[in-house]
Design a protein around this ligand. Structure first.
Ligand code: GDP
Ligand code: MG
Length: 174
């Protein structure tokens, strides 16, 4: 029998970038064009078998409302406290959402567990006709900040499993 590793994962990013949609795609392989927005925090789990001997179980905290807290110093940390990994999401059609993602990364790097694995996800890659953030720009930022980076589409499922699998592979599995 193999080993089961359990990790807490949080999603952060501006409202409407597709955090809940990425989770829904990963956990249920579904997409909904008219999703109701999350109220409070939703908790879901999903497991990934990395190989015969290794299964990773993610406890996923999909947050809402955190986007609105201007003075988040006192409120946001409860979401990412004890998180082993974080997916910071922006929308490739909204430049401002990348700025917001960068500020979340900065906060995580200052305040979260120093070993946290952070992935940057440029979501809505299916909307390439409306692209506002170039792949190269985001990749360069991710490299500089030491982040995993994927352009994803919760709608078409592009790179969603790849995103979570690459996080699983970077976590301490021993
Ligand atoms: P959240 O506020 O970050 O949790 O964002 P949601 O998951 O609620 O998504 C906000 C809106 O963007 C919804 O209308 C989704 O259907 C849409 N959306 C989410 N992901 C994608 C995607 O990959 N492609 C497209 N075209 N729309 C998406
Ligand atoms: Mg949501």
């Amino acid at each position: 029998a193999g080993k089961l590793f359990q990790f807490k994962l949080v999603l952060l990013g501006e409202s409407a970038v597709g955090k809940s949609s990425l989770v829904l795609r990963f956990v249920k392989d579904q997409f909904d064009d008219y999703r109701e927005s999350t109220i409070g925090a939703a908790f879901l789990t999903q497991t990934i078998c990395l190989d015969d001997a290794t299964t990773v179980k993610f406890e996923i905290w999909d947050t809402a409302g955190q986007e609105r807290y201007k003075a988040r110093a006192s409120l946001a940390p409860m979401y990412y406290r004890n998180a082993n990994c974080a997916v910071v999401v922006y929308d490739i059609t909204q430049t401002s959402s990348l700025d917001k993602a960068k500020s979340w990364v900065k906060e995580l790097q200052r305040q979260a567990d120093p070993n946290i694995v952070i992935a940057l996800a440029g979501n809505k890659s299916d909307l390439s006709a409306r692209r506002a953030v170039e792949t190269e720009e985001a990749q360069a930022y991710a490299d500089e900040a030491g982040l995993l980076f994927f352009e994803t589409s919760a709608k078409t499922a592009t790179n969603v499993n790849e995103l979570f699998t690459s996080i699983a592979k970077k976590l301490p599995l021993d």
